[in-house]
Ligand binder design. Structure first.
Ligand code: IMP
Length: 197
């Protein structure tokens, strides 16, 4: 079945903008959970896949429409993979400026000098009848010593320097970030899947 419209189970403006951009070339219109006044789904899972599915399946059942969701986060080697699935909650009141300060200070305290980190993302597509599919993406990089702000980005972007680059995600254009990011890579797999439907 060809998909013309999808619900994206998110209230995160940064993610909504990225997913809308990525699906526009396929002629797929994205409506977000925020546009439809749907409530946030509580993320009670312990993995990106579990949380992603919780969101897409809940909204697909509630609306009767195919739904995609992503669950993503930043995993820092020196912090044994934290904040990981707790990335959103790691920032007090979703204040990522504070969240980034906490992250830098926890890395300092860890006594581990590694700056290695990666972003992970699991995109899920759920149908109202229970059928679902998962798509994973990951990008490796380094945590900078201080925030490297730019025009774009959200969340922890000012601290993340992808491997092979000298700038942070926040300093890249939407298009450049989407090409290499965890979400971009997961969405690439999703796009290949739906192009073959
Ligand atoms: P969730 O997937 O809604 O649980 O949120 C994941 C959290 O991880 C976001 O609120 C951001 O803080 C962080 N995150 C996920 N993807 C990105 C990204 O591309 N850039 C910066 N931060 C991100």
């Amino acid at each position: 079945m060809k998909i013309k419209e999808l619900i994206f189970a998110s209230h995160n403006a940064g993610k909504i903008a990225e997913i809308t951009d990525m699906l526009a070339p396929l002629g797929i219109k994205v409506k977000s959970a925020a546009d439809m006044d749907l409530p946030d789904v509580e993320e009670t899972g312990t993995t990106f896949a579990e949380n992603s599915l919780l969101k897409s399946q809940t909204i697909a059942k509630a609306t009767g429409l195919p739904c995609i969701a992503d669950d993503s986060g930043l995993c820092v080697d020196a912090l044994n993979g934290a904040p990981g699935v707790y990335s959103a909650r790691y920032a007090p009141n979703r204040d990522f400026d504070k969240g980034m300060d906490i992250l830098l200070s926890e890395m300092e305290k860890s006594g581990n000098s590694s700056r290695k980190a990666h972003f992970s993302c699991v995109v899920s597509l759920a149908y109202p009848d229970g059928e679902y599919h998962l798509f994973e993406g990951r990008v490796d990089g380094q945590i900078s010593r201080e925030k490297m702000r730019g025009e774009g980005g959200f969340g922890y972007d000012p601290l993340f320097i992808p491997d092979g680059y000298a700038c942070s995600f926040a300093q890249m254009s939407h298009e450049d970030k989407n090409r290499i990011s965890h979400r971009g890579r997961a969405m690439q797999k999703f796009k290949e899947f739906i192009s073959n439907l």
